[in-house]
Design a protein around this ligand. Structure first.
Ligand SMILES: Nc1nc2c(ncn2[C@@H]2O[C@H](COP(=O)(O)OP(=O)(O)OP(=O)(O)O)[C@@H](O)[C@H]2O)c(=O)[nH]1
Ligand SMILES: [Mg+2]
Length: 196
């Protein structure tokens, strides 16, 4: 690990169904949160320059464990998504417990990447998640995902509206696309800043 992270070294580390199973942090950690289907796994694959190291779901709500990846002595954590409509109360409770326990635990939270679909106004759950991160002083950024689905003009308009609704500092919001690579270099810069 020198002045930048070598993402080509990315590999899967482990999958956990319970926070108590997770090993203590041994290196900087970047975690990815957001609603189901927002593009968490895709943005991680884009960072790693890999097609399918992180499983991308055709059916939303597939990632139900906490999955750890590692690149160049930095851990990347794919957290299960929230807000999947067809999920039972028991599954929603399990999600809340996993995420609650995770962010309550004693870890090196270098950066939390919170993903929000640029096409839609943030949901109640997006607000809850980001208010929680902000309220508990986590170092976080918001990635607006799937920018390729909008024109440049629409992207700028939506980004401004979402920033305002979420009430987060403008510099904490990045417009991204895992399809075209928009914003990925900026995301890498922010990760390096938080981890190196
Ligand atoms: N056009 C476009 N599609 C995207 C982008 N990112 C993700 N997708 C698509 O959105 C769907 C969901 O992507 P995932 O990366 O699996 O989303 P996730 O947040 O990991 O979903 P869960 O694991 O279910 O919580 C897939 O069909 C992706 O191909 C993007 O930047 N642009
Ligand atoms: Mg996923």
């Amino acid at each position: 690990m020198a002045d930048s992270i070598n993402y080509q070294l990315a590999k899967f580390v482990a999958s956990y169904g319970k926070v108590s199973q997770i090993l203590e942090s041994t290196c900087p950690e970047v975690s990815f949160v957001g609603r189901s289907n927002v593009g968490k796994s895709s943005i991680m694959n884009k960072l790693f320059g890999r097609k399918n190291l992180v499983k991308v779901s055709s059916t939303p709500g597939k990632t139900s464990n906490i999955n750890f990846f590692e690149a160049d002595d930095v851990h990347f954590v794919d957290l299960p998504g929230y807000g999947f409509a067809r999920r039972s109360k028991a599954e929603r409770d399990r999600w809340a417990e996993l995420i609650g326990d995770f962010f309550d635990s004693e870890r090196s939270f270098n950066l939390v990447v919170s993903l929000v679909d640029i096409r839609h106004d943030p949901s109640k759950l997006d607000h809850d998640m980001i208010d929680y991160l902000q309220g508990n002083e986590f170092n976080f950024i918001v990635c607006l995902t799937k920018a390729d689905k909008l024109s440049r003009t629409q992207q700028a308009r939506q980004a401004a509206a979402i920033k305002k609704q979420l009430n987060v500092p403008a510099e904490n919001v990045i417009i991204t696309s895992s399809q075209t690579g928009t914003g990925i270099d900026e995301l890498k810069r922010r990760i390096a800043e938080a981890c190196l």
